[in-house]
Ligand binder design. Sequence first.
Ligand SMILES: Nc1ncnc2c1ncn2[C@@H]1O[C@H](COP(=O)(O)OP(=O)(O)OP(=O)(O)O)[C@@H](O)[C@H]1O
Ligand SMILES: [Mg+2]
Length: 213
Amino acid sequence: MTTIIAIASQKGGSGKTTLAVHLATRAAVAKHESCVIDTDPQATAATWSDWRGDFLPVVVTAPPARLNRTIESAKKNGVDFIVIDTPPHADAAAREAIKAADIVLVPTKPRAFDLAALEPIADLVNFAKTPAYVVLNAVPSGATVLAEEAKGTAKAMKLDICPVQLGDRAAFHRSSAKGETAAEIDPEGKAAKEIEALWKWLNKTVKKAKKKK
Ligand SMILES: Nc1ncnc2c1ncn2[C@@H]1O[C@H](COP(=O)(O)OP(=O)(O)OP(=O)(O)O)[C@@H](O)[C@H]1O
Ligand SMILES: [Mg+2]
C-alpha cells in the first residue's frame, strides 16, 4: 500500500519543501521506494534534487492537473511512499494534494501573520476530511510561549497539532542548499533528531489514519 503525504500551507517560506525532502529522504533510508512529487511551478524540490545528483529520493515535477496521473504512474513503478510538495498562495494545487493524501502536514512558523494564513488550509482540510496536522517550524529556541500561543490558534481553527516541532536550525538550510538533509551533514545534531522524532510520529499517525479510512 502506498502512503501519500501532502505538505501544504498558503504562506511562502513556511518550510514545505524542507519538510518534503527531509521526510522523503528519511523514507528512502527506511528502504521505502520514496518519491517527491513537486507541484510547485518554482520547482524548488526538483532543484534540490538536481543539486543532490543521483541519490534517492526521486523527485518528479507535475502541475496540479497531472497529480493523479503522476501518482498512478509512480505506484506502477513500485513507489510506496509519496510526498507531495505544493506551492504557496495556490488553492487549487493544495486542494488536489489534500484530496489525494492519506495525511496532510501544514508547516508554519509560530508567528501571528503565519498563523492567520492557516485559515484557507483549515477550510480545505475540514472539507476534504483528510487528517491534517500543523507542524510548528523554525521555532526559536526558548520560545515556549510563542509555541503555546500558536497551538491555541491552530486549535481554534479545528486543526490538530503535531506533537513534534522543528526548531530554527542552521542545519536545515545549510543542508538543503547542498542537496542534502540535516542528518546527512550533522547526524547527531538537533535538526536530525527532530526529523527522526517526526518520522516515528508520522508512521504511527499514518497507520491510524489508514485504519479509519
Ligand atoms: N526549521 C528551519 N530552520 C531553519 N531554516 C529553515 C527551517 N525550515 C526551513 N528553513 C529555511 O527557510 C527557507 C524556506 O523554506 P522552504 O523553502 O522549505 O519553505 P517553503 O514553504 O517550501 O517555501 P515556498 O512557499 O516558497 O515554497 C529555506 O531557506 C529553508 O532552508
Ligand atoms: Mg517550497
